[in-house]
Design a protein around this ligand. Structure first.
Ligand code: NAP
Length: 322
């Protein structure tokens, strides 16, 4: 039987941004409800070793970190709902969201923290070696390739930045792009082309990521020329896929302002959106940093801004939804 839940603060999304927002909101006595979505824990659930989240001197596991965040959010008073928001109405207050379960969430403030997903090439071999030489985050995993040979796939800012970052660790970095020019900013391109550790393979698409050993790890890549179809192989220790991210904002389209790439637009230096009382935190509004720690940071900001907004604007309910 569907239920209606009333809250001062609804958090949508269960990654580092959502959990941190919930922890701060619960400690601020806002009795938040967090709707966890399809993949509670977000992108860290498909990561193994995490060595850059502060507070842990040895590597921790991504899924474990997210379990801890969920437990902490619950411990301080968050109600976590295993539901997926399918419909939102931000046109009047209190805001109204409907879950896949049929439950209705009525909220004075909302924090959108639904994250983003790395785009993948869609090859079976890419999936098979994720966490065993295939990654979508150089900042997270570059450290493991000290003295090794890696490739980066893509031609945008992310691919070039990841390639340049990887030069701090790897001996050789090969950028592989499907066209003969990059869409990355010129200044980044110049740095890339001038770097002695980098070479670029143009006009090639990835056919297969190859591997071997026990446990199986990446050992190379098979490419084909976009026009001639002629194949070539490369020996590699790691493959970084950097072909863009997709923010999880389909449900918010036409309800809150998004930028041209579908990210929620927030006011600079803040987590406020164009709708008063609706805030956004984490990767759903950040296409530059995309780190667990920055997502957690903006989650904290969103909770503090929501709390302040509630004290300044309350009593908010001007119209009850039917
Ligand atoms: P992007 O600009 O969309 O570039 C994606 C790249 O991947 C393109 O070169 C594209 O090739 C390639 N690609 C897409 N699908 C592919 C496939 N199936 N196989 C092979 N290659 C594929 O994505 P992004 O680099 O992640 O950047 C996203 C946004 O964030 C951009 O607005 C960017 O400027 C911004 N960003 C900014 C910074 C910064 O300011 N420091 C850093 C990172 C990102 P084609 O070129 O052939 O389409």
């Amino acid at each position: 039987m569907p239920e209606t839940h009333r809250t001062k603060l609804l958090v949508i999304g269960a990654g580092p941004a959502g959990y941190t927002a919930a922890i701060y909101a619960a400690r601020g006595s806002l009795e938040p409800i967090l709707v966890a979505g399809l993949q509670p824990g977000g992108q860290l659930m498909i990561t193994t070793d995490v060595e850059n989240y502060p507070g842990f001197s040895s590597a921790i596991q991504g899924p474990w970190l997210m379990e801890q965040m969920a437990a902490q959010a619950e411990h301080v008073g968050t109600r976590i709902m295993n539901d997926l928001v399918m419909e939102v109405d931000f046109s009047r207050r209190p805001f109204r969201c409907v879950g896949d379960s049929g439950d209705i969430y009525i909220a004075d403030t909302v924090i959108i923290a639904t994250g983003a997903q790395a785009r993948w090439l869609g090859l079976p071999s890419e999936k098979a070696y994720q966490g065993a030489g295939v990654s979508a985050c150089a900042t997270c995993d570059g450290f493991f390739y000290r003295g090794k040979r890696v490739a980066v796939i893509g031609g945008g800012n992310s691919a070039v930045e990841e390639a340049l970052y990887l030069t701090h660790h790897a001996d050789r970095v090969t950028l592989i792009h499907r066209r003969s020019s990059l869409r990355a900013e010129k200044i980044l391109q110049r740095r890339l082309f001038e770097h002695p550790k980098v070479d670029v393979i143009w006009d090639h698409v990835v056919e297969e990521i190859t591997g071997g050993g026990t446990p199986a790890v990446v050992t190379g890549i098979r490419l084909s020329h976009r026009e001639t179809g002629i194949e070539r192989t490369l020996d590699l220790d790691g493959v970084f896929v950097a072909i863009g991210h997709t923010p999880n904002t389909a449900v918010f389209r036409n309800h809150v302002e998004l930028d041209g790439e579908g990210y929620v637009r927030t006011i600079a230096g803040s987590t406020r959106t164009n709708i008063e009382g609706v805030f956004a935190a984490g990767d759903v509004q950040d296409k530059i940093f995309r780190q667990a720690v920055t997502a957690a940071g903006t989650g904290c900001m969103a909770a503090l801004e929501a709390e302040k907004w509630l004290t300044e604007v309350a009593p908010s309910p001007v119209l009850e939804h039917a």
